[in-house]
Ligand binder design. Sequence first.
Ligand SMILES: [Zn+2]
Length: 125
Amino acid sequence: MAKRSDKHTSGPLGSGALPAKEQERLRQLYYAGAQLPSPMGGFLEVLHVQTEEDGSGVVIFECLSSSLRFRLPLKAATRTERKAVRERMDAGMDPECPRHEGGRRLQRVGRNFICSACGVRYARA
Ligand SMILES: [Zn+2]
């Protein structure tokens, strides 16, 4: 849980790495469904959401004013989150992403249940 792989902050320009401090704030805004302020001014637009090998997610944003692209890594599902999802499924309900306000239905991709908004894998069929 304390593992931090997003430590590098190799410059705001072009590298795609958002400053570590900004990342936590942007994650909160993203899960709240709010607009994300760009480090370059203006706002960020979601370009692409992907799932990593380890089940964590990555959201790629494009800055609307500079067209620069930024990556926001989102950590893999915790045991608590996976349990909550599984309980819903066991109860015959649609699995929802536990992170977004208002919920977000998980998509089944192969054997995996993935949130299309954060890319995180929460369950396996
Ligand atoms: Zn999600």
